[in-house]
Design a binder for this molecule. Structure first.
Ligand SMILES: Cc1ncc(COP(=O)(O)O)c(C=O)c1O
Length: 396
């Protein structure tokens, strides 16, 4: 080989190396042994890797792993795809299963980005969204009966910021009765705490950026569907042509995070329960929203469909907006960060940050009052979290 060729070709190895950790396949494409094999793979006669926008070992392994966790203890086949973000999982799925003229039935307290996607993007593509209280199953049934164009019921449970829950199996059943796919965002629970497929749901999406990763060092999403045909045809076609795939590196990082999922979730739940109980007795705190408290209106429903109550909670400061700002300024151990599901405790005061530009009446209708604080409780020693919250409450 000449020098220039050596620069390009030398150091390549294709032998089997028994790496203990799953290697990172940072490659855009994959070699064929022969042109005949290439033709067979391209034409779909033979299964094989072609191009990382279509599939890559890292993204495939992790998508299949999350699918296996969602199917743990269940029978049947599923297909899964790893996307570049939670939002791309939602947009890829919804634009695959719906078209112009179809409609979505959903709740008013979805993750804000999802609401915006529905009303600002899907609406433009001719897909309408109906917002309703999905806890009112009679109303849901009336809407489905009156609007045959509703082809999907989309929900989150528990939902921000009040941790309201909806009845997964009842909504999935109504969806089946009226020909509407049920889609759940299972980000808050992960399959460790809640398995929506066991309750009859058709599709699950995740923002894997949150608890599945757990360490706040990557952005990605997952789509899992029980209808193999829809997943392999419609969803995969949108995925590969819209280019909503995740990068192999994000998948490699996610795989590391998921290894400790069960340990982390147990600790998130235990810490959140202890903190919720302690906050409930604090004189400066009004309402505490945590599904693990028997006072939460959805405690019984959450107990039925969740294995644990999760790491998310919110509480109201009696002193309102000013108290919220003083409280946030008093925090030193926890992080003021607008994400959730990381190993460290994250705190948000929506009225002065994420919802500062949202009409007060509108945000209050969704439970975001002036003094509301949202906590994503981490896995630190709970005493340290409480000391920090206690000090900040002194200022509130
Ligand atoms: C419940 C929920 N779903 C979806 C998303 C969107 O995920 P991503 O930021 O990975 O696109 C978020 C983001 O905060 C979320 O909280």
């Amino acid at each position: 080989m000449n020098f220039e060729s050596k620069c390009v070709k030398d150091g390549e190895f294709k032998m089997e190396i028994r790496s203990h950790q799953f290697p990172l396949y940072a490659t855009s494409s994959f070699d064929f042994d022969t042109i005949d094999q290439g033709i067979d793979i391209f034409s779909g006669k033979e299964k094989g890797l072609v191009y990382s926008r279509y599939a890559n070992p890292n993204t495939t392994v992790i998508a299949d792993k999350v699918a296996a966790l969602e199917m743990h203890g269940l029978e049947g086949d599923v297909r899964a795809l790893m996307t570049s973000s939670g939002m791309s999982a939602i947009s890829t799925l919804m634009t695959s299963i719906l078209g112009a003229g179809d409609a979505i039935l959903t709740q008013g307290n979805l993750y804000g980005g999802t609401t915006e996607l529905f009303v600002k993007v899907l609406e433009r593509l001719g897909i309408r969204t109906h917002f309703a209280n999905l806890k009112d199953l009679n109303k849901v049934e009336d809407l489905l009966r009156e609007n045959p164009k509703i082809k999907s019921i989309y929900f989150e449970t528990p939902a921000n910021p009040t941790m309201d829950c909806v009845d997964i199996s009842a909504l999935a059943e109504l969806g089946k009765k009226y020909g509407a796919y049920s889609v759940i965002d299972n980000t808050f629970c992960t399959p460790y705490l809640q398995q929506p497929f066991a309750l009859g749901v058709d599709f699950i999406i995740h923002s894997a950026t949150k608890y599945l990763n757990g360490h706040g060092n990557s952005i990605s999403g997952i789509i899992i569907g029980r209808d193999v045909d829809i997943m392999e045809k419609k969803v995969w076609t949108t995925f590969k042509l819209a280019g909503t795939n995740a990068s192999p590196f994000e998948a490699w990082i996610l795989n590391m995070g998921i290894r400790t999922l069960s340990l982390r979730m147990d600790r998130h739940c235990a810490n959140a329960q202890a903190i919720a109980e302690w906050l409930s007795t604090h004189p400066k705190v009004g309402k505490v929203n945590y599904n693990g408290l028997t006072s939460h209106p959805d405690h019984e429903l959450a107990k039925r469909q969740m294995k644990g109550f999760g790491g998310m909670l919110s509480f109201e400061l009696k002193g309102g907006l000013d108290a919220g700002i003083r409280f946030m300024n008093g925090i030193s151990f926890c992080s003021l960060a607008p994400t959730l599901g990381d190993v460290d405790t994250l705190i948000l005061h929506p009225a002065s940050s994420s919802h500062v530009n949202v009409d007060k009446e509108l945000r209050e209708r969704n439970g975001i009052t002036d003094g509301l604080i949202r906590l994503s409780v981490g896995i630190e020693n709970s005493a340290d979290i409480m000391t920090d919250l206690g000090n900040a409450l002194e200022h509130a």
